[in-house]
Design a protein around this ligand. Sequence first.
Ligand code: UDP
Length: 476
Amino acid sequence: GTKPATPHIAMLATPGMGHLIPMAELAKLLVTKHGFTATLMTFASTASKTQQAFLSSLPSSISALSLPAVSLSDLPPDSEIETLMSVEAVRLIPDITSALKELKTRHTVVGFVADLFGADTFDAAHDAGLRPYLFFPTNLLTLSLLLHLPEIDVNLTCDFKELEEPVKLPGCVPLPGTEILAPLQDQSKECYKWMVHHGKKYCEAEAILVNSFDEIEPDAAKILRQHEPGRPPVYPIGPLIQTGSTVDKAGGSECLDWLDKQPANSVLYVSFGSGGTLTKEQMDELAYGLESSGQRFLWVVRSPSNAGDGSSNYYDAESKKDPFTFLPEGFRERTKERGMVVSSWVPQIKVLAHETTGGYVCHCGWNSTLETVVHGVPIIAWPLFAEQKQNAVMLSEGAGIALRLERRGDGVVEREEIERKVRALMEGEEGKRVRRKVAELKETAAEWMKEGGAACQSLSEVVAMWKKGGGCCNGC
Ligand code: UDP
């Protein structure tokens, strides 16, 4: 039969709103600026309400495809999220292959794009006669680490945290071993092996699209933009941040109304991303620290977890229990004049864009980081899991837009430290320095993203490759 000549791109987002949101933004750009249609595949394991609402808000030229449910019940119950995602991707290869073949009967499919934990599904692309591309939703630092990981792994004789010298990647800030990507912290774990495997698999991509921009990590960008045999070309196409959000639910507008009533640049936004949680002890320290700082704050409170690494909520963006019951006795009453607490989800971009928001206690998830850069809000870095700790190093020591919180030996951030850094950011000299720096980056990011800017040019190069058949290996 005849199929439309409109170029169609097939995409796969692995679990997590932090993976789905930027990939959907990429799809939107391809649809609105380059005349594509797109199919966005997701795993059944993450079909949360938040995700459903998000997917149904996408333009009609982007079709959502939820892949069949896969049983992971044979895996050890304490398997890490990275392992779960990786195994699920492998088990879905046959389904993805059929889905891609079916898409090709209806569309001119020009390529298949999978994200950082989906590299094994490149095999599905090959089986369906399509060329695979990697979308890397985080930064060049993390990409460099994963690309070098197979060779680092060969020479690594102890766990990263035992290394005496920081890890030095070309063009990147030196990374103390303790701050390296969470799934790499223990070599005996499955997730470590998976990450090494992914690093190798990335080299099969025709190209790597990265959601970062040169000015935030200039030296790494210089190096990764150079052609290197055996490594796919790297295209920084960011900062891509969420546009036209409809996942903003009830409660969202309430916090914006509250922000409206505060003085300019006076409110500290406190949030740990779509999946981050604190322990009860840590939640108490944060509450007392905020209270004694005397600053205004908007805190997205989640029910505490005992998971230690703070990732327990990852597969579901909704808090299960009423999180406010975990706040210290009388906290809300004592801070009601200058603090607002909300549970689960806020329209974060609107919060960051608001003129009364003057700082962000941030988990350093990459999407949130880009959002705060685009809106020029300085950071207090409070990393929890995934690549957040190394992001925190890069943002404070490299980009200079964040103050870092010191952790106690057991990892807890104490109330005095919280109070100190909150005051430093909101009223101190250090705060002025990072505020200036983030204001500069905001300007560059805007230049970068504008029509005809460097990010658009990078994406146009990839699009040109797709349009002339670079994504299909058997002449569809
Ligand atoms: N987000 C939001 N409201 C919330 C929490 C998160 O809109 O209450 C959005 C946030 O704007 C960002 C994404 O969810 O786009 C979180 O991604 P990020 O990479 O920062 O962290 P992750 O959630 O993956 O840890």
